[in-house]
Design a protein around this ligand. Structure first.
Ligand SMILES: C[S@@+](CC[C@H](N)C(=O)[O-])C[C@H]1O[C@@H](n2cnc3c(N)ncnc32)[C@H](O)[C@@H]1O
Length: 276
């Protein structure tokens, strides 16, 4: 049963700064090649996410799926091998180009790509009201508030999936971010999306199931690449002055070894699945 007062409470609590579409697009375009290295094109390789969906019988061959913020297709590709058709939406052209190449390499012709910001999608105009059996949004900032979450449930006639970081530690970025946060108020990247989404969905009358996945990895990048990444990440929220950008570079030089910076990342990912 819908509980209007509680829905309004959680909707307001979740209110987040809207990301500038152009800045997000540039940020993700610049990250596309790196994310593409994480896509596996091994025919038989599965993932814990796909295994979970299969176990819960959320994927089957007659389905149509909407993948919001699909990236280069880490999950789109394995899902496309199972279901009938997938609409893969992303704000970044480069991400979609990688996805199309990956689909070609895998001889998959059931993926339709669409370059759009999810917040700008009008379900009515697209003819997407209750259009998909399964609406999937993995680790995407495209779903970031009440409206973008509710839109997922409206586009689905059966199941939905949403995941996001519950906790995240980056060995070097956290130090830099803490320093910059003394000057500007930055929204914590240790985002509460899953927490807010759970509460909103609950009061909308759904009963989402929650899972947690722990992951750890290391990324090795040049000082320049790391600097660009940090500046881009922070610039999505605030305009950095030249001296602050230089400060970041000097900090990174302290961490470099032969011109490379090794960042260790430890995350806890929260996964919500629900039936509409
Ligand atoms: C961290 S990647 C996740 C990619 C993929 N879903 C996965 O789980 O591996 C986030 C993706 O969301 C996309 N994205 C960011 N903001 C978006 C928005 N407002 N609308 C649609 N896609 C967006 C990015 O371009 C990027 O491809």
């Amino acid at each position: 049963m819908r509980d209007v007062e509680k829905i309004v409470y959680w909707k307001d609590a979740w209110e987040k700064k809207k990301m500038d579409t152009k800045k997000s697009e540039v940020f993700w375009d610049n990250r596309a090649a790196f994310f593409n290295t994480k896509v596996s094109l091994e025919k038989n390789e599965s993932s814990d996410i796909i295994d979970l969906l299969l176990k819960k019988e959320m994927l089957h061959e007659e389905m149509s799926v909407l993948d919001i913020g699909c990236g280069p297709g880490k999950h789109t590709i394995p899902m496309a091998r199972i279901v009938k058709k997938i609409t893969a939406l992303d704000i970044s052209e480069n991400m979609l180009n990688h996805l199309q190449n990956n689909a070609k390499k895998m001889n998959l012709d059931n993926i339709k790509t669409l370059k759009k910001d999810w917040k700008d999608i009008d379900l009515e105009k697209e003819g997407w009201n209750k259009a998909f059996d399964f609406v999937f949004a993995s680790m995407t900032p495209g779903v970031f508030d009440f409206n973008t979450l509710e839109k997922m449930t409206k586009a689905s006639k059966n199941y939905c999936f949403l995941s996001g970081f519950v906790d995240r530690e980056d060995s070097i970025f956290d130090e830099v971010e803490a320093e910059i946060s003394k000057i500007y108020s930055l929204e914590k990247r240790k985002d509460k999306k899953v927490y807010y989404a759970f509460n909103v969905l609950w009061h909308l009358g759904y009963t989402p199931e929650v899972f947690y996945l722990n992951r750890e990895w290391e990324d090795i990048r040049t000082v320049e690449e790391t600097w660009q990444l940090y500046v881009d990440k922070i610039s999505m929220q605030v305009e950095l002055k030249e001296e602050e950008k230089m400060y970041i570079k000097e900090e990174l030089k302290k961490h470099q070894n032969n011109g490379k910076v090794k960042e260790k990342t430890k995350v806890k990912i929260g996964v919500l699945t629900w039936s509409v």
